[in-house]
Design a protein around this ligand. Structure first.
Ligand code: NAD
Length: 252
């Protein structure tokens, strides 16, 4: 795992860094010595020393402007964390074409756009790393998550394809697969439930460890994959899910 000071001198950009996993990641990278910029629809929570840039990963012009401004302010870029994403519930019957296009546009094309804009900067780095936030939904066959799972399946294969395409340029590409993580996202899901306390208890009961994953635990995995300590790691997915995907355990 990366240690304090290990990322000194490295420059990082975290999309979706205004909340949850992204904000925890931006803070951890900064605590470990990196100079960190955040790209978000609402970058306000990413306070100093983080540098905030307002942009929508679904809008190519705003992505290019934010990546360019962040690259200039940081004096280059070594680490890109493609973390911005949104959820979607339902079966294939529940989401219409417009919803499919919208979630795909953010969760998949958002990574494509940001990476495309960042690649010229990453190529100039000697320790370039990209980490995508995927999900156990990519491979777990979760019920009521057809659209979301399809986008994360695409993020997983995109991670492997990008790793292959850029390995000769010295750019490593990996992803993390979080399980259900205790972030504002899950907070919103619970708030929308009829009985939020009962919903939280049900969600927790489904976890093999009997608790949700924390944003900080996912951030630690991202920081490791982004760090020189992971210099030989590329094209892989690191599950941070309390054993949900790997152990095939029955819930408690
Ligand atoms: P969150 O809602 O707390 O944070 C997401 C951030 O992304 C927000 O700051 C939001 O403003 C930003 N964002 C959303 N759409 C954007 C856009 N179009 N352009 C720029 N920024 C945008 O969510 P989180 O739980 O921290 O999730 C972060 C990532 O982790 C997502 O990719 C999500 O799919 C993934 N993930 C989350 C969980 C979980 O249980 N929370 C599990 C697996 C994977």
């Amino acid at each position: 795992m990366s240690a304090p000071g290990e990322l000194a001198g490295l420059r990082a950009l975290v999309t979706g860094g205004g909340s949850g996993i992204g904000l925890a990641t931006a803070r951890l990278l900064a605590a470990r010595g990196a100079d960190v910029a955040v790209l978000d629809l609402d970058p306000a929570p990413a306070t100093a020393p983080l540098r905030g840039y307002r942009a929508d990963v679904a809008d190519d012009i705003s992505v290019r402007a934010a990546v360019s401004a962040a690259g200039t302010a940081l004096g280059g870029l070594d680490i890109l964390v493609n973390n911005a994403g949104i959820g979607a519930a339902g079966t294939v019957e529940d989401n219409n074409d417009e919803e499919w296009h919208r979630v795909w546009d953010i969760n998949v094309l958002g990574i494509v756009r940001t990476t495309r804009a960042a690649l010229p900067l990453l190529r100039a780095s000697e320790r370039a790393a990209v980490v995508n936030t995927c999900s156990i939904a990519a491979t777990a066959g979760l019920p009521q998550r057809a659209l979301y799972s399809a986008t994360k399946g695409a993020v997983l294969s995109l991670t492997q394809a990008m790793a292959a395409d850029h390995i000769a340029e010295g750019i490593r590409v990996n992803c993390v697969n979080p399980g259900t993580a205790d972030t504002p996202w899950v907070g919103r899901l619970l708030a929308a439930a009829e009985d939020p306390e009962a919903e939280r208890a049900a969600l927790t009961a489904r976890q093999p460890m009997g608790r949700l994953v924390s944003a900080e635990e996912v951030a630690a995995a991202i920081a490791y994959l982004a760090s020189p300590a992971a210099g030989s790691v590329t094209g892989t997915a690191l599950a941070v899910d309390g054993g949900m995907a790997g152990l095939r355990l029955r819930p408690r």
